[in-house]
Ligand binder design. Structure first.
Ligand SMILES: Cc1cc2nc3c(=O)[nH]c(=O)nc-3n(C[C@H](O)[C@H](O)[C@H](O)COP(=O)(O)O)c2cc1C
Length: 229
């Protein structure tokens, strides 16, 4: 018991005194070879997605969404992937948010997944469009009542006067909508990122990682290339 306590204190000491520059992991679990990769990057994403889900990764569908204004000022944030297919990758948000403003000015985006348990990263770059209203309706109605009321209540990305203001409005809307059919507000819905480039990154020992990049060509065929790590 005494040894365990000393061991714990020693580990905490080492962790808290380690410099940031010394923090690193040597990736060694897997490899990504051309002969194992699907010719279609969405199929390949599907394979990695299945493995990520089976690995019970927390927030497996959380992805960084990068956008940029028309004059090139970038912004990034996490959103949740809600669907993917050959057509594209879907997330839902507020159509009056900051990201929505950037997407209206410059309908291009980049999505990044980091599944650290599998030492994998996926980067998807593409053109963005709103999903059809019916699809947004369908997803909106599948959400729990609290989330639907939250979506109605929050003027996402806008300055608000206080936490109290938000809580009061949420309470008011809960009384107003509770038990009733809650329609999707026009300012909330989905976007689809239609991929043009998809890169799969697998961590390898000695920083010599595998990177396979698929680029959509004019003839609609995906070109597969290996990138240096
Ligand atoms: C794990 C996680 C999941 C999130 N999922 C979403 C989401 O699906 N949609 C969304 O609009 N915001 C989501 N957010 C909040 C966004 O990161 C962001 O704060 C919000 O969309 C406003 O971004 P914007 O001001 O750049 O438009 C999520 C945040 C985290 C940490």
């Amino acid at each position: 018991m005494v040894y365990e306590i000393f061991g714990f204190i020693f580990t905490v000491y080492i962790m808290t005194n380690k410099s940031i520059a010394d923090i690193r992991i040597n990736y060694s679990q897997k490899q990504l070879l051309e002969e194992d990769a699907d010719r279609d990057p969405v199929q390949q994403f599907g394979k990695w997605w299945k493995e990520a889900v089976e690995s019970e990764i927390l927030e497996v569908n959380a992805m960084t969404l990068a956008t940029a204004s028309s004059d090139g000022i970038p912004a990034a944030r996490i959103v949740l992937l809600k669907d993917f297919s050959e057509k594209g990758f879907v997330f839902f948000t507020n159509y009056e948010s900051f990201k929505a403003q950037q997407l209206a000015d410059n309908p291009k985006a980049c999505l990044v997944f980091f599944w650290k348990e599998l030492e994998r990263q996926v980067r998807i770059t593409g053109l963005v469009q709103q999903v059809p209203a019916l699809e947004s309706d369908e997803y909106f109605h599948s959400r729990p009542e609290g989330s639907r009321i939250g979506a109605i209540t929050s003027p996402q990305s806008h300055v608000i006067e206080s936490r109290q203001w938000l809580d009061d409005l949420y309470k008011k809307n809960t009384l107003l909508f509770s038990g009733k059919k809650i329609e999707r507000p026009v300012y909330w819905g989905g976007y689809m990122v239609r991929p043009v480039v998809i890169e799969f990154w697998q961590g390898r020992p000695g920083r010599l990682h595998d990177r396979l990049q698929y680029t959509l060509q004019e003839n609609n065929v995906w070109k597969l290339e290996r990138l240096a790590p």
